[in-house]
Design a protein around this ligand. Structure first.
Ligand code: MG
Length: 351
């Protein structure tokens, strides 16, 4: 029952977020009031509630990021396998191993994450069961902390948007108990010059209680300072923080909001490096900038997004690349196309 109430509340929050962004919250003028021909919303199976003993089932239209069985959708930040460990139905942070992130990228979304801090509790303040759920790769943190009868600064406790917004109430459960966040994230938008068109927004329910109501972020999460926004692609991995404490996670799922689009992934930097070089007598030049490939074709620069380990697409022009590894995983040619067809370009300097 609690899930149904929460879904209604979330729907309200999504509408509020859209209103705030002035994007399509008004009734669609293409349809009459009560129009009998209007397509009905897709019927899905809603989520079932978790208990302390057992994780619930995600809604049928969710992308399951962690079902308690394996870490296949999670990697360390550079894309190599993570050192976080699996327990019975959960994953656990290993001190010093770094954040884990999803392979897939997500923009506006509804995210469900269940977590438990260590019991008996260990440490004080920010050192007591600290982790975090980050949207926008490692930029926007919803704090994970043991805040049950524990004391730390308000904008750093559990369910705070760290350093910016304390939660409306402290809805924490005792350490060792499973708790959950339902997060609605609106990614920030940037114009072509990198200026903020609309900031990131977060709505958070902690154990079913509204604790962040569509708050507008001032920029990325930071410590000791108020950091300004840096432009980034709308869709980014979701990550979980290694703050040195063995915090556990289970039952993580996400539902993408907004227009359906092509799936996007952030691949391992090592793999991207195997694609870098010149092809077709310098006609196509591929390089890596941070976690993304950039291609220059006939002198025009394209930021490329991965839709699979070998296929990439641009978002400004229908320009696509498919790298063709040979049996030794050497990449000596690329298939490229603009709008139509398929053309082969050999890597320069190879036979
Ligand atoms: Mg944290």
């Amino acid at each position: 029952m609690i899930k149904i109430k929460m879904t209604t509340a979330m729907y309200g929050a999504i509408v509020a977020a859209n209103l705030a962004l002035r994007c399509a919250a008004a009734p669609d003028p293409d349809w009459l009031d009560h129009d009998r021909d209007r397509p009905r919303p897709l019927a899905i199976k809603p989520a079932t509630s978790s208990t302390q003993e057992q994780a619930g089932q995600p809604p049928s239209d969710a992308t399951v990021l962690f079902d308690g069985k394996d870490l296949s959708q999670w990697v360390s930040m550079d894309g190599t396998p993570t050192k976080w460990i699996m327990g019975k139905g959960y994953m656990e942070c290993v001190k010093g191993s770094g954040y884990v992130r999803t392979l897939q990228n997500f923009g506006d979304c509804q995210l469900h994450v269940e977590w438990a801090t260590p019991t008996p509790p260990h440490g004080e303040g920010q050192g007591r069961g600290n982790s975090g759920v980050f949207l926008g790769l490692d930029r926007y943190e919803v704090q994970v902390l043991d805040s049950y009868e524990a004391n730390t600064y308000a904008d750093g406790q559990a369910a705070a948007v760290y350093g910016q917004y304390p939660p409306l109430v402290n809805a924490s459960r005792p350490p060792g108990e499973w708790q959950f966040y339902d997060i609605i994230y609106t990614a920030p938008r940037f114009d072509a010059e990198g200026k903020v068109k609309s900031p990131a927004r977060l709505t958070v329910f902690h154990n079913g209680v509204l604790v962040q109501n569509n708050v507008e972020l001032t920029g990325p999460t930071s410590w000791l300072e108020r950091a300004p926004y840096q432009p980034h692609p709308e869709k980014q991995p979701i990550s979980l923080q290694d703050h040195g404490n063995p915090v556990r996670f289970r039952n993580i799922w996400v539902r993408e909001l907004g227009k359906p689009g092509r799936k996007e992934f952030t691949l391992a930097e090592k793999l991207l490096d195997t694609y870098c070089g010149k092809y077709g007598n310098g006609d196509i030049e591929v390089s890596r900038e941070d976690r993304q490939l950039v291609a220059r074709k006939s002198g025009v620069r394209f930021v490329m997004f991965a839709e699979s380990p070998t296929k990439f697409f641009a978002k400004t022009t229908d320009f696509r690349l498919e790298f063709m590894p040979d049996s030794d995983s050497q990449v000596n040619k690329v298939i490229w196309s603009v709008g139509e067809g398929a053309n082969e370009a050999k890597r320069d300097g190879k036979k």
